[in-house]
Design a protein around this ligand. Structure first.
Ligand code: SF4
Length: 380
């Protein structure tokens, strides 16, 4: 599975575009798309492609000349929208040129720019209409013996997009590029993209993906990477911060501590699962699978590694202690850090836990009394 994103710079701005491409690659993008809408953009691509850390796909809009210019610039892929580039002889010309250069093309169908004939024939941008558009384009490609193709059938409606990709996966043998188009700003855009892409990935559909967010494209790359990591489709390279949702038992402002920890640890870019838990009563146990974590209790933080308490720190030092321990785990490894634990920490933590349970009541609902009464009633 590859994550794709798209630059928002003018492609003619070579340095600005390269800066964005590097940022995207650093955050999980495997492929980056740049617009090729004018000659200056194509000339920019000629300088960007050899300096890019990832393959560059040129997005061609309406002009066949731009497709040919992008190929000349040395791009590793083209994206053609069948709704925009419509003349069969032009489509076949681009496909022939791509074939001769060994460059793949994505047939990028978009519900919002569907070919008017197909729109009319199907009475709208239905899943069937989107797949038909891709099929017709593919037929032109096959006429010139070109099949190095991937296909996308995007729609801004998640339900339409899911149905279209399901149909596409039954119809084509080609790789599919997933996306919910024009998903919008965060957080709704993220939600829509995830609903569509994750549903299909869970069904085994999809080979590349893009979140189309109205946000810094780095968010798109990050979201794509995190989705694949969450689904176990990509080895986790970055931080996975888990945190309890907080509740009446919480001894600290969990949201604040979790955000501070996320910010501080993101800068380290550590491949660790780190937990922030609001109380010591349930926290370390519930997050025992995490590499590292901290739970709050009695104005103190219990730092734990794989569920084992290694240190007890002051409440206002929780984030600092977490970051410090993460650095040490990276440098020395988990086993070494477990051996270096404060041997009195477990007893201290147990005392805090006991005190909290005493203060709050382990059985706040007085369940044992109620159970007794229920049993008595049953006997009567
Ligand atoms: S870990 Fe503690 S504070 Fe967090 S949700 Fe669970 S019980 Fe509540």
């Amino acid at each position: 599975m590859s994550v794709q994103s798209m630059t928002t710079t003018k492609t003619a701005d070579v340095e600005g575009t390269l800066q964005q491409i590097y940022a995207l690659a650093a955050n999980g993008a495997d492929i980056v798309r740049c617009t090729c809408n004018e000659q200056a953009a194509a000339e920019g691509l000629a300088q960007i492609v050899p300096r890019s850390p990832v393959p560059i796909v040129a997005d061609i809009h309406f002009h066949v000349e731009m497709a040919l210019a992008a190929l000349e610039a040395g791009v590793q892929g083209l994206r053609l929208n069948p709704g925009n580039l419509r003349k069969p002889e032009e489509i076949k010309l681009v496909a022939s040129e791509a074939r001769d250069r060994g460059v793949p093309i994505r047939i990028g169908v978009n519900a919002g720019s569907l070919h008017p004939d197909i729109y009319k024939r199907f009475g709208g941008a239905t899943p069937e209409a989107l797949v038909e558009s891709a099929r017709l384009e593919l037929a032109y490609f096959e006429e010139v013996d070109f099949s190095d193709v991937k296909i996308s059938v995007k729609a801004s409606s998640v339900a339409t997009m899911i149905a279209a990709y399901r149909l596409a996966s039954e119809t084509f043998d080609h790789p599919l590029h997933l996306g919910v188009t024009e998903a919008g700003p965060l957080p709704g855009g993220l939600l829509k993209g995830t609903a569509g892409i994750a549903t299909l990935l869970a069904e085994g559909i999809g080979d590349t993906l893009r979140y189309s967010l109205t946000a810094d494209p780095v968010e798109e790359a990050r979201a794509g990477r995190q989705l694949l990591e969450a689904l176990g489709l990509r080895e986790r390279k970055g931080l996975d911060l888990i945190a309890c949702p907080s509740c009446g038992r919480a001894e600290v402002d969990v949201i604040k501590v979790a955000n501070e920890a996320q910010e501080a640890l993101r800068a380290l870019d550590v491949p660790l699962q780190v937990a922030v838990m609001g109380c010591v009563v349930n926290g370390p146990g519930e997050a025992r699978h995490a590499d590292l974590g901290i739970a709050a209790g009695k104005h103190r933080g219990h730092l734990f590694i794989q569920g084992q308490i290694v240190r007890v720190v002051k409440e206002d030092e929780m984030v600092e202690a977490l970051v410090d321990e993460a650095k040490k785990i990276i440098a020395e490894g988990i086993e070494a850090r477990l051996l270096a634990r404060d041997l009195s920490a477990e007893a201290e933590a147990e005392a805090d836990r006991a005190e909290l349970l005493d203060a709050r009541g382990a059985d706040a609902n007085n369940a044992h009394v109620r159970i007794e009464k229920i049993r008595r009633h049953a006997e009567e």
